[in-house]
Design a protein around this ligand. Structure first.
Ligand SMILES: N[C@@H](CCC(=O)N[C@@H](CS)C(=O)NCC(=O)O)C(=O)O
Length: 257
């Protein structure tokens, strides 16, 4: 993938998507998969994972990725706003149902996976822990820990939260199977399916041929803890694989050209 620098991207027209360059960040990959499904074109822009990202801070008021900047509209830095922007830009390929009850379900399940205090959030606290529990944590880990709410107390409850979310998602898929659906909500693909497919890799990434992530990141994402690994139940893993097969292009494209 060819990324522009923030400085280069500021004056480009259309949709710009700031992404952590060189790695498959789950929030960024979910955004990319959603935009691709909707046939929305964008210019990739480089964020340096865990870096200072001063130019990004000036442009968007924060330093994380993904961020979507559409023409002269304010930057969109949160998964929910990014999803709503994608819905507005391509309403003909919806990933949020019109029916309000189903809408509540899709947005609620998506928040359990991608939102603050969700699956990705707590799994990240676990991933950062080996570094943050050192006497002298590396600078990058310290910065990420401060940004994303790491503390010994939050780390201690992470496994309970991951198990509870996993049980909720697995139970939901079981009920869906019983009515003949392969999707998290209703009988068609939605944003909730896209988020799960992309976040499940934080426990067990796709094989190298489909996800050529750097070795250090594969080692950090691949769970060796039995209780965490069990959060990816066979049903949740099969769901992830089905969504990739049917809706997301592989191999993932994130390495810097
Ligand atoms: N604020 C985003 C989440 C963004 C996020 O957590 N980004 C992480 C992905 S791991 C990130 O940019 N990490 C690298 C960094 O902060 O430098 C949302 O709610 O959608």
């Amino acid at each position: 993938m060819k990324y522009l620098s923030v400085e280069e991207a500021i004056n480009v027209q259309g949709l710009r998507l700031v992404l952590t360059a060189g790695v498959p960040g789950p929030w960024g990959e979910a955004a990319k998969a959603i935009l691709a499904f909707k046939h929305i074109e964008y210019t990739p822009v480089l964020q340096q994972g865990g870096g200072e990202n001063d130019a990004l801070q000036k442009w968007t008021g924060q330093t994380s990725a993904p961020v979507a900047v559409y023409q002269d509209l304010p930057p969109v830095c949160h998964w929910f706003d990014l999803l709503m922007l994608a819905e507005r830009l391509s309403p003909e390929r919806p990933l949020i149902p019109e029916d309000f009850s189903a809408r509540v379900d899709v947005l609620g399940v998506s928040a359990l996976i991608a939102g603050a205090d969700g699956f990705g959030w707590y799994r990240r606290l676990q991933i950062l822990s080996p570094m943050l529990l050192l006497d002298e944590p590396p600078e990058v880990a310290r910065r990420l820990g401060a940004k994303y709410g790491w503390s010994k107390q939050n780390y201690a409850v992470a496994i309970d939260r991951l198990q509870a979310i996993s049980a909720e998602l697995d139970g939901r898929l079981l009920r869906q199977e019983a009515v003949g659906s392969n999707f998290m909500v209703g009988d068609t693909v939605s944003a909730a399916d896209f988020y799960w497919a992309n976040f499940a890799g934080m426990v067990k990434p796709l094989e190298h041929e489909d996800n050529p992530m750097p070795d250090y990141m594969r080692a950090a994402y691949t769970s060796v803890d039995e209780a965490t690994l069990e959060c990816l139940t066979p049903r949740l893993e099969a769901h992830r694989d089905r969504i990739y097969k049917d809706y997301i292009a592989l191999p993932l494209d994130f390495l810097q050209e």
